[in-house]
Ligand binder design. Sequence first.
Ligand code: GDP
Length: 142
Amino acid sequence: MAIEQTLSIIKPDAVGKDAIGTILSRFESNGLRVKAMKMVRMTREQAQAFYAVHADKPFYNDLVAFMISGPVVVAILEGEDAIARNRELMGATNPQEAEPGTIRADFATTIDANAVHGSDSPETAVTETAFFFNRLEIFDRE
Ligand code: GDP
């Protein structure tokens, strides 16, 4: 196992449900430490760029519209196998398929409004953390 960093986004639906604290608590109680965090409201251009990998998908415009519909909380989480661990805590992309007890099973309603984002590989974690945070905003928690 390796110590990894991953980018987490608490999406507008979960922020709107006042679930920020509960979701952060799940990370912290499962070995994922917050190294950086802020609330932002993305512009359309920023959301399009963040999800550029999905630009040719039929759901791209809806995804971008949803992600700019309200503020999001972005955080860098660090821990053993942080990328996989975070995705386990998040549950399946479609909340109908998410395991009971996962964040998406508990807080998401649809595949669009699915409560959280988490990086899916070490490569995307690097790109995604740099998308939101500069070096001065990232803290050594050791
Ligand atoms: P994630 O890594 O689990 O967030 O999933 P992906 O990276 O594959 O997709 C990014 C986001 O696009 C997901 O979190 C969903 O909000 C949305 N999405 C993915 N697949 C679909 C789909 O088939 N239909 C719709 N409407 N949205 C989708």
